[in-house]
Design a protein around this ligand. Sequence first.
Ligand code: PGA
Ligand code: ZN
Length: 416
Amino acid sequence: QIEDVWIRKVFTGRGDVTVEVELTAEDPTTGEVVITRAAAPAGASRGTHEVAYFPEGGVDAALAAFEKLVAPEIVGLDVSEAYVVDGKLEEVDGTPRFERIGGAVAIATSFAAAEAGAASLGVPLFSFIGGAYTRKLPLPLGNVIGGGRHSRGLGPDIQEFLTIPLNPPDIFTAVYTNVEIHKRTLKYILKVDSSFTGGKNDEGAWTPRISSHTALKILREVAKEVEKELGVEVGVGVDVAASSLWDGKKYVYKNEGAERGPREQMEFITKLIEEFDLVYVEDPFHEEDFQSFAELSDRFRDRLIVGDDLFVTNSERIKQGGMLKAATGVIIKPDQTGTLLRAYQAVEIAKRYGMRIVVSHRSGDTEYRSLAHIAVGFGADIIKTGIMGGERTAKLNELIRIGDYLGKWASISHIR
Ligand code: PGA
Ligand code: ZN
């Protein structure tokens, strides 16, 4: 049971202040003590319907809320039933959007409690979350070229240009495929812009001043080269993060000098999917446009049309999207909803509607590596966690370790 709790301010890879929660739990029969800690990640293209990140008053108000409301209530709880801790967080906050304690405090506490639960039972976190027979490894999806808010509006207008290995023989090769693509992309960028100095954005993606069209052309070429050499089929995708482009009436592509109304956006995205054979398209429309999502998903049943800001890991919104057949996949960012319990419920509902599960990092993330365990535990098809940079490789390396731990029992996800 939880003996002691601690909270401190730490930094994300982007240099934003976030919170880290530390728990000490003691097994009352053996007297064994475990210490776990976890930090909350932070997004830049946040969905409007996400939980509040900090309570009013910012990070210091979050620390105060933890000391006053959370700490006294969770000390003494049994971590082997981590959902009890998550339920308590909802209870002490009392608002659906975690406005009193903030989503950052909630998710850091939830993560740390789950870690303590797994440690108290002596099992890896992924089996604590998913059960003893959990052994499917998600395919890694990562951004190679980046724009939008993650590049301070200085790159392409589309936020992320991504690749995903589709039939890797093992998880190391899967990660290696993305790494090779990322490294080799520089040479192709220099061919179209010799003044590019190799800048990378928040998620470690190259951030040249090129158009979205050129970025996709480059990715296709690099993918072809790497496919041939490694013998792994590579899928190309985008995260449009269209809510960041939407001004209330139209999508504004500032750097590329285009403005598109909802119909034009539909045709633009359709053309991109066809021209570049995109297997993955995230947030092609703004976060309230369930109808356009449904139309696109109907056109491309065999592709992943994925909602991030649309769903914000919220069970109600996922259910709404499921009934409308708005998407074939869902982004699961546990911090968007505040607890692992809520994220788990969101996964259950998404699966009921046949959606693929994509467990994801945030653009401002930390060295917290257990997102890999969460993805495996949730039975995710894909883990979206960037390719380069310490906070990204922390999760990918952990995924490789999980693969090693499972050994011959590991299986790898297939998305088509
Ligand atoms: P974030 O966005 O900046 O909110 O983390 C990442 C994403 O849109 O997938
Ligand atoms: Zn997104």
